[in-house]
Design a protein around this ligand. Structure first.
Ligand code: GLU
Length: 267
């Protein structure tokens, strides 16, 4: 008979003690999803100085994921080098910020399936470069802690790689004649080239040094949240919403027309 109260106590404990809350529970509880995005990287994320709103391809994905989770969206601007630190320190719940998924970063964060695919290229003064050899000893700007920095240092050991906090600053230096080139993912180069006052003097030759698959980063081990993110983006592909977002920012009438050579799938 003695064991009955003990058993009842145990059952009670099981029912009353909540399982450890994870990030998905926390997001639902606070009723908002906080996403780290770029604010000076058109067309992925740009701040409108008048409205103080950030919009772009990445923000549309963030909004769709917040909607899928049934919560509101809060965005916070992050530089490339701040993405992993701000995710780990819980400043944001996830990162959707032109972030390439790779094995090195996967030691610190978990990534969704790829939601954008591109490659690293160069923007240079018109007519000067049509092969990688023309840039062997060049002064090339890029951003700290980006995959672009790592690849430049690996692929072009004799180049002088100059590091900036964001791509805006690198383009400013290129505009002022302080660099031979800026190198990063092609659509970022095209988006910023479009904003240059002297854009007629520059071009992006067909010289690529990498394949970049962008992923949505969450904290390591947050499996339930990651499953929901993956479910949301696969559903967006199936419903045509992902293609619609691509067309909004990269369609034929936009300043950065691109052909969509990928589909979002379970990879
Ligand atoms: N996609 C690359 C990266 O994740 C380069 C662009 C960027 O700095 O966001 O590092």
């Amino acid at each position: 008979m003695k064991s009955i109260p003990l058993l009842a106590g145990l059952l009670c404990l099981t029912v009353l003690a909540p399982a450890f809350a994870d990030d998905l529970d926390d997001i639902k509880k606070k009723n908002t999803l906080i996403v780290g995005v770029k604010d000076s990287t058109p067309p992925f994320g740009t701040l409108n100085p008048k409205t103080q709103k950030i919009s772009g391809y990445d923000i549309d994905f963030a909004a769709a994921i917040a909607k899928h989770l049934g919560v509101s969206l809060t965005v916070k601007a992050v530089e490339s080098s701040q993405r992993i630190p701000k995710l780990i320190s819980k400043d944001v719940d996830m990162i959707i910020a032109t972030m390439t998924k790779n094995a090195e970063r996967e030691k610190q964060v978990d990534f969704s399936y790829g939601y954008f695919i591109t490659g690293q290229k160069f923007i240079v003064h018109k007519g000067k470069v049509n092969a990688i050899e023309h840039l062997t000893n060049a002064k090339i700007g890029t951003v700290t802690s980006s995959t672009s920095e790592k690849q430049l240092k690996r692929e072009m050991p004799n180049a002088n790689v100059v590091l900036f906090n964001d791509y805006d600053e690198a383009f400013d230096a290129l505009s002022k004649g302080q660099l031979d080139a800026v190198s990063t993912d092609e659509p970022i180069l095209a988006g910023l080239l479009n904003k240059m006052p002297n854009k007629g003097q520059f071009e992006i030759p067909n010289v690529s040094i990498s394949l970049e698959v962008y992923g949505i980063a969450v904290r390591k081990g947050e499996k339930r949240l990651l499953d929901e993110v993956n479910k949301a983006i696969v559903a967006m592909e199936q419903s045509g919403e992902a293609e619609k977002i691509f067309d909004r920012w990269f369609g034929p009438t936009t300043p950065v027309p691109l052909i969509r050579l990928f589909k979002i799938n379970a990879k």
